[in-house]
Design a protein around this ligand. Structure first.
Ligand code: PLP
Length: 471
């Protein structure tokens, strides 16, 4: 089946249904509100035009055609309003159209849209670099490189790790997502179709099991396993066919994102740190999805108090403006002038949006992520208790995964059900996004309040009930 016809099937499946208000009728807000077929006539016309002209590689999870947004509300081209529990893949940190961010963008745009930050100076680039260097986990002095995207931050880290160590091999994790450029997809291992047809990729990349206790590849149980999976890196890989003196870096997401919103067990990141220290390997934390306050701390690594050698951020950093950052220990960032660069990286309008976003995150949104994350987690656990097919609810702050299983005993993933839940939620006016094999990620803008959490949870449970009934 081609990508296009798969998209078509998804759209048909969405159909038109529900009025988007919660059944209790207690929601006084003017969203969610579904009043046309999904998609409606304007949406359909836009989709037809898009499909005629855009590349066939796009996924298009479901037929949402956005026209504008405000806070946690997204309005489509036909006036339907949705409650957003996915923030455009954990990007819209401050919600849609936050006045502080919009003003920062407008002011910066009015001054100058561009001057190449690799060649010249401007204040916002210096200020953002200083701020990120000081925010990054650990007390070592840091140096910052600004990119346009997460993938480019990963590429920069691959290059810097090789340059700084003069070693070539890289260790990454099964289920990891590090991006789509040729270097970054070599580290990515979440779905085979992301690799198919693109080889040969970067040589000397080795994938090992993540600390995924709910589905342990070694069949062990935490904590009696004593972090068997970390020992296995040494025992099965480094002592057999990969000399640790050839390994430049271990790349790891402190919380697995695309791979299923998996929180590793306590002590796992610290054990990786110890393994790296033993062999002079650099530890790179890809916090492109987990960073910038989403987990209730600026970086997810802070929950475990581990300092990486390089940390990467992007997605949520500028509320949707494209920017990424590679923050490296100064002792690692030894490359010479001209070794790396970018025409647009650290664009002044994006820097302004990032600074405004950081102000808001530090000024209360991170705290809100803790409070609303707890409320969300409690609600989701209560839902899990009522629905057999919810096998696991896990996460930190407002980065929560709901893992659907065919059977609680076997924990076999149930991708048909998670897809059905995603569509049933959409029809009710709730935006969620799947990840991993059969997990729904709950990652709303950090501005969400208790009422929207409760309304969204109500719709989510209705969607689960509908999907279970038809499964
Ligand atoms: C999204 C993502 C990337 C890639 O970022 P892009 O901005 O899409 O290039 C890399 N790593 C992680 C953990 C991500 O979630």
């Amino acid at each position: 089946m081609s990508a296009k016809s798969a998209k078509g099937a998804g759209k048909k499946a969405a159909g038109a249904k529900g009025n988007g208000t919660n059944e209790s009728g207690k929601n006084p807000r003017d969203y969610p509100r579904i009043r046309s077929a999904l998609p409606g006539p304007r949406g359909l016309a836009i989709i037809a035009r898009d499909e005629a002209w855009t590349s066939s590689c796009y996924i298009k999870e479901y037929p949402l055609v956005i026209e504008r947004g405000e806070g946690v509300m997204v309005e489509d081209a036909d006036g339907n309003r949705f409650l957003d529990f996915m923030a455009g893949i954990a990007v819209s940190t401050t919600g849609y159209g936050h006045p502080v961010v919009v003003k920062a963008v407008q002011d910066a745009a009015a001054k100058f849209l561009h001057i190449c930050g690799s060649d010249f100076y401007y204040e916002s680039m210096a200020v953002l670099a200083e701020r990120l260097a000081k925010l990054a986990p650990g007390s070592s002095p840091k140096k910052v490189f600004l990119s346009n995207s997460g993938t480019e931050a990963v590429e920069g880290a691959i290059k810097l790790a090789r340059y700084a160590t003069r070693r070539t091999a890289i260790i990454a994790f099964k289920g990891a997502f590090h991006g789509r450029t040729t270097g970054a997809i070599s580290l990515t291992s979440s779905k085979a179709r992301q690799h198919a047809g693109f080889g040969p990729l970067l040589p000397d990349v080795h994938h090992v099991p993540y600390g995924y206790c709910f589905r342990c590849e070694y069949g062990r149980t935490f904590p009696s396993c004593n972090l068997f999976c970390v020992d296995a890196i040494e025992r099965d890989l480094l002592s057999r066919h990969l000399d640790p003196r050839d390994v430049a870096a271990i790349f790891v997401e402190p919380i697995l994102g695309e791979g299923g919103y998996v929180v590793p067990p306590a002590g796992w990141l610290a054990a990786l740190r110890a393994l790296c220290d033993k062999h002079g390997i650099l530890l790179v934390f890809d916090e492109i999805q987990s960073g910038v306050g989403r987990t209730g701390k600026m970086f997810a690594a802070e929950h475990d108090d581990v300092e990486p050698d390089i940390v990467l951020v992007a997605k949520g950093l500028a509320s949707g403006m494209p920017i990424g950052a590679m923050i490296a220990k100064a002792s690692v960032s030894t490359w010479k002038s001209g070794a790396h660069g970018s025409t647009f990286g650290g664009n002044p309008v994006c820097c302004a949006a990032a600074l405004a976003t950081l102000d808001l995150v530090e000024g209360g949104l991170m705290k809100n992520a803790v409070a609303m994350g707890t409320r969300m987690m409690d609600g989701l656990r209560a839902i899990a208790a009522r629905h057999e097919n919810v096998g696991d609810v896990r996460g930190r702050g407002l980065m929560i995964g709901v893992d659907f299983v065919r059977d609680r005993a076997t924990r076999e993933p149930h991708p048909d059900l998670s897809s059905a839940v995603e569509l049933a939620a959409f029809r009710r006016g709730l935006l969620v996004l799947s990840c991993g094999k059969s997990t729904i990620r709950i990652a709303p803008p950090l501005v969400i309040d208790a009422q929207d959490v409760d309304v969204g949870l109500g719709l989510f449970e209705e969607a689960i009930a509908e999907a279970e009934a038809s499964a």
